[in-house]
Design a protein around this ligand. Structure first.
Ligand code: GLN
Ligand code: ZN
Length: 758
């Protein structure tokens, strides 16, 4: 009999209850008790959603982040947090969010660093360790959860983050070797497992997703050492991997002395068969056969055909689960009332995915015929969807086929076209600009909301937005910037804005996914061939241009970023979907050009985060991603200047690929890591123009002119001045005008001073 289980459930709540409770607590509108009550209620409700499973994950619920929870459990609390005389709860949030000095209780603290969890859009708080870290177990959180689960008659399987992944994700500020901490850490893990056994746990899910990444030899050995020591603990360990194939870690993972192994059979269906061959015959094999990272219904018949021979072979040793924690999908499609019913039928969020698991188990354990109605219904929904005219658009298909290699190629090389552009634009040396957005004020947000809810006519809305554009243009002229932007007041989000105007995209009402802490995103759903029914940005850009003699940059989001921040189709390769989006953006680029726009920026904020986990897969991804960008950008005349923007500076390792994008100007984040960036430029001649962000827009601090002048001067010593631009490091939408105006004024003054001194 195959058993079914889950690796983790979304925490935020189907109506984002946890988000609102957290924010109320942080703002002082709710007590710690009220927050705990809401959190407990949610946790119990989530268990109820999973009650039909053989094993229910417990301890996956978190008030903020599971990596932070792990650090707290292990007593790995940085000095600056430990010193604060607060409750455990406030110390926890202090680590997660930092605290400004004026907020009373105690002195200010900076927040823990936030980093993306593997290749997902979830961010974890980086544990801060050093050679001196003293671990000590504090298992109260899980103990309490297990107690409650027992009272609720839940078949609890505690979930913990494994010691090697914990170490690999931690930062060692003293530069010491993470593996030197392993002996101490494993000792505490031993205590932890014993404590879990005392709380009644039989199985413990121990997550080691770093097993799907490239592991250096010492880490492979460390896995053996650690798990040999942990095998004496009186619990059964389910070693859990996800987000990819094990590849060269396959034998290692199969041979570690644990009671079971979970692998991602969505990313690695073929490999799962090899795991079944390699796994010693006393171990449980848990197969992640339901996609935990996407929102589509499973093709149950197909999955069963894959599973049946395995079920035969493995018998009781086969477990089934989603491929990874369901943290990465929304809770339920039940509340979606506005989606096209045919589309809705093809969706499965967390709750629906667990139901799919039950169907699979019933089919395997009792026979396919006992669930024939469910299987037929699933088949019908998928067939209807795949054949629907809403999904397949023959025009898009033939436009894709018609793409020629030269469509991704500018007419002239950079040197030649850049000279033409700068002359035509009559830009000074060191042109100053911004990244696109200006402050999203309360007024702007309420105008957009009123329009969306039908309280504002289209005309009134347009006038209100035009007022905002007028304001932004006037301010930029007063500040003295050289290349202006319209300010993006009409955009809620850089991806959603385009998705809403493109065919092939749908939007859920409650499809929220946790990004970090209380922050959630609602990714668009790309369900069909993507096309552009009409202009998306042209009118706003033209209006802005009519108000000034200076050039106004058109502002678009690039195809790779739109792809990476959406839920994508599973019936076609990502690269194909990306090309469709690229074609649509290309049409918009061409329309902007035809309307007289001479500079067009195509943001690729998410290009880097789409990099595969394994370095050997990078090249393939970068090839199609860069190609898609080029397809979107390169249909223009030599005299049209293409800009791109990326929100990071760590691109030493992919700088060749970024150069291949062949944007005329790239603006990047540099202000937080100037030295590193300068080094990158010394070691690599980036061929085109570049605008390294000269100040950090994430901070409310206003940089002073003198500091900026020193910085710009330094940049001119590294990057040829004729190819250097001056700009902040990202969009300004989260800032206030009171910060933006002096910051940009200082930036322009500093630049002018350098120009005069040349
Ligand atoms: N143009 C966008 C803005 O300024 C870019 C945002 C981003 O890169 N994250 O808001
Ligand atoms: Zn940015």
């Amino acid at each position: 009999m195959a058993q079914i289980h889950n690796l983790g459930f979304p925490r935020i709540g189907e109506k984002r209850e946890l988000k609102f409770a957290l924010e109320a607590y942080w703002h002082g509108n709710e007590s710690a008790d009220q927050l705990t009550t809401i959190a407990d209620t949610l946790e119990r409700r989530h268990w109820q959603h999973q009650a039909q499973l053989d094993w229910v994950p417990v301890g996956d619920f978190s008030l903020y982040d599971h990596v932070l929870d792990t650090a707290m459990t292990l007593g790995a609390i940085p000095e600056r947090i430990r010193e604060a005389t607060e409750t455990d709860l406030d110390r926890y949030f202090r680590f997660a969010r930092g605290r400004s000095p004026e907020s009373g209780v105690c002195c200010g603290t900076r927040a823990g660093k936030m980093v993306k969890w593997f290749n997902t859009n979830y961010h974890y708080i980086v544990p801060e360790l050093s050679a001196n870290t003293q671990f000590s177990l504090n298992n109260r959180r899980l103990e309490r959860a297990l107690d409650t689960a027992r009272q609720e008659n839940i078949a609890a399987k505690p979930v913990i983050l494994g010691p090697l992944t914990f170490l690999a994700l931690s930062e060692f500020s003293d530069g010491s070797d993470p593996l030197a901490k392993l002996p101490d850490l494993v000792q505490v893990y031993g205590q932890w497992l014993n404590a879990l056994a005392r709380s009644g746990a039989t199985w413990v899910q121990i997550d080691e997703p770093i097993l799907v990444t490239d592991l250096a030899q010492p880490w492979q050995t460390a896995f053996e050492t650690a798990y040999h020591q942990l095998q004496s603990a009186p619990v059964k360990l389910l070693l859990t991997t996800y987000f990819g194939e094990l590849r060269n870690n396959l034998r290692l993972a199969c041979e570690l002395p644990v009671a079971g192994l979970h692998v991602d059979a969505i990313e690695g269906r073929e490999e799962a068969l090899r795991v079944a061959d390699w796994l010693p015959s006393h171990k449980v094999l848990s197969l992640g056969v339901i996609n935990g990272r996407n929102i589509w219904r499973n093709d149950l018949n197909d999955t069963l055909t894959f599973l049946e021979p395995l079920a035969e072979r493995l018998g009781d040793r086969l477990w089934l689960a989603p491929s990874c924690s369901l943290l990465h999908v929304p809770v339920t499609v039940r509340h979606e009332t506005q989606l096209d019913p045919a589309l809705k039928k093809t969706l499965a969020f967390a709750v629906e995915k667990l139901y799919e698991l039950q169907i699979l188990a019933r089919a395997l354990n009792v026979g396919r015929d006992t669930v024939s109605a469910e299987l037929a219904q699933c088949q019908q929904a998928l067939t209807d969807y795949r054949q629907s005219s809403k999904v397949i658009n023959p025009e898009v298909q033939s436009a894709l086929k018609a793409i020629r290699p030269e469509d991704t190629q500018r007419h002239s090389p950079f040197e030649a076209r850049y000279a033409t552009q700068q002359a035509q634009l009559s830009l000074p040396v060191l042109p100053t600009t911004t990244i696109g957005s200006f402050p999203q004020t309360a007024t702007i947000r309420s105008v957009r909301r009123d329009y969306r809810q039908g309280h504002l006519t289209e005309d009134r809305y347009r006038e209100a937005m035009q007022e905002q554009i007028q304001y932004a243009i006037a301010e930029q002229e007063r500040i003295g910037l050289d290349v202006l932007v319209h300010g993006e007041a009409e955009r809620n989000d850089m991806v959603e804005y385009f998705g809403e105007q493109l065919d092939g995209f749908a939007f859920s009402q409650f499809g929220w996914v946790q990004s970090y802490g209380s922050r959630c995103v609602k990714p668009p759903i790309i369900y069909g061939d993507v096309s552009r029914p009409g202009d998306m940005t042209v009118a706003w850009t033209q209006y802005a241009a009519s108000l000034t003699d200076k050039p106004v940059k058109g502002m678009l989001t690039g195809p790779v970023t739109i792809l990476n921040w959406s839920f994508v189709r599973e019936d076609q390769l990502r690269r194909e979907t990306c090309r469709q989006i690229a074609l649509a953006i290309r049409e918009e680029v061409n329309a902007l050009e035809a309307a007289g726009t001479t500079i067009i920026q195509i943001d690729e904020a998410a290009l880097r985060e789409g990099l595969p986990l394994r370095q050997s897969d990078w090249n393939e991804y970068l090839t199609w991603a860069i190609d898609a960008f080029r397809l979107s950008a390169n249909g223009v005349k030599d005299s049209t200047q293409i800009h791109t923007h990326m929100c990071y500076s760590e691109f030493n390792d992919i700088i060749d690929a970024i150069a291949r994008m062949d944007a005329d100007v790239i603006t990047i984040e540099a202000s937080r890591s100037n030295l590193k960036l300068l080094e990158a430029f010394r070691s690599f001649e980036y061929p085109n123009a570049i605008g390294p962000g000269v100040y950090d827009i994430h901070s409310p601090n206003v940089p002073d002119t003198a500091t900026l002048q020193v910085l710009v001067q330094k940049l001119t010593e590294t990057i040829p001045i004729e190819r250097l631009w001056v700009n902040p490091d990202c969009g300004l939408k989260t800032r206030q005008w009171e910060e933006v105006v002096p910051s940009l004024t200082h930036m322009v003054k500093a630049t002018e001073a350098i120009r005069f001194s040349q």
